[in-house]
Design a protein around this ligand. Structure first.
Ligand code: CP
Ligand code: NVA
Length: 318
């Protein structure tokens, strides 16, 4: 059974297929076509943390593909009424997909280990693969598909979003740079894992100007992720010099564009002037969560034999 526990579950071809199908489904939607590839299928969602984009874009994706999303709230008893093992095996009797947002990556691994139904990681402490798919889709569109050798610089915390993004850059030939205080940079064991994936031109440094000067894209995220609230004060102090503001933008090339996964703490990691500037791709980027997830759901449907062939997708014009 195919899951999306994190991007390691995709090889380079899979990644490109999902991008291609996302673009086709997006183009179809723009023309008013909503192919019902997942008619009569259901996707359950269980979230341990807050969400706007991930929840609403998956629910909308299922509706547009002709299926139904089931958002499970507290009364479903997640982690309280029964074990994770029983919970997921029961869902496997009814549903076709499960999207889970969990505090710990190990929860996603456990859910997937039963092979009861395809599990989609909707964010953990370690990863945010659906976000990375939408981010690369956004960059692909902006560059007209010519991504090789261009540079994405993330300014801020070496967090879950960064880990997935760095790996995704390797799939499409983007250089990845991280500007972050030493203690918040990516650890050596993760860099080792990155080296086992597709070749990636990677560097990280405390020196912001060095990381930013050749950037085609500057990306940032909150300094304090969900679950880290007790570290908020220390993080605010450590990241203060890493704010994405107009002064920092002036150190990057004129062509540089701005990305943020949202939600944003305006006035902390990014200023209003930057997030609302003509150089910001932040809202189309959020919009692309929908299209990337439709591509992902379609790919999982084909891989798990819910669809007899990929033809209904590959026949859609781009
Ligand atoms: N970017 C993102 O995942 O947003 P939500 O937390 O609102 O889902
Ligand atoms: N790094 C953030 C991303 C939110 C989409 C968090 O985990 O809270």
């Amino acid at each position: 059974m195919k899951h999306l526990r994190n991007l390691v579950d995709l090889n380079v071809d899979d990644f490109h297929t999902i991008l291609d199908w996302s673009l086709r489904l997006k183009a179809s939607l723009a023309k008013g076509h909503r192919p019902d590839l997942l008619k009569n299928h259901t996707c359950a969602l269980v979230f341990e943390k807050a969400s706007l984009r991930t929840r609403v874009s998956f629910e909308t994706a299922m509706a547009q593909l002709g299926g139904t999303a089931l958002y499970l709230t507290g009364d479903a008893g997640w982690r309280e009424r029964e074990t994770i093992a029983d919970f997921v095996r029961v869902l496997g009797e009814y549903c076709d997909f499960l999207v889970c947002r969990a505090f710990s990556q190990s929860t996603i691994e456990e859910l997937a280990s039963y092979n009861a139904l395809p599990i989609i990681n909707g964010l953990t402490d370690q990863s945010h693969p659906c976000q990375a798919l939408a981010d690369i889709l956004t960059i692909h569109e902006h560059l007209g598909g010519k991504l090789k050798g261009r540079q994405l610089t993330f300014v801020g915390d070496g967090n879950n979003v960064v880990r997935s993004l760095a790996r995704a850059c390797g799939y499409v030939g983007l250089r990845f740079r991280l500007a972050s205080p030493k203690q918040y940079q990516l650890p050596e064991d993760f860099i080792e894992e990155l080296r086992e994936g597709p070749p990636l031109d990677f560097d990280q440094d405390e020196n912001i100007e060095k990381m930013v000067r050749d950037a085609d894209f500057l990306y940032t995220d909150v300094w304090t992720s969900m679950g880290q609230e007790s570290e908020n004060d220390a993080r605010k102090r450590a990241f203060a010099p890493y704010q994405l503001n107009e002064q920092l933008m002036s150190k990057a090339p004129e062509r540089c564009r701005v990305l943020h996964c949202l939600p944003a703490r305006r006035g902390l990691e990014i200023t209003n002037e930057v997030i609302d500037s003509p150089k910001s791709l932040v809202f189309p980027q959020a919009g692309n969560r929908l299209h990337a997830q439709k591509g992902l759901l379609a790919w999982l449907a084909v891989e798990n034999n819910y669809l007899a062939s990929a033809a209904p997708i590959t026949n859609l014009p781009r």
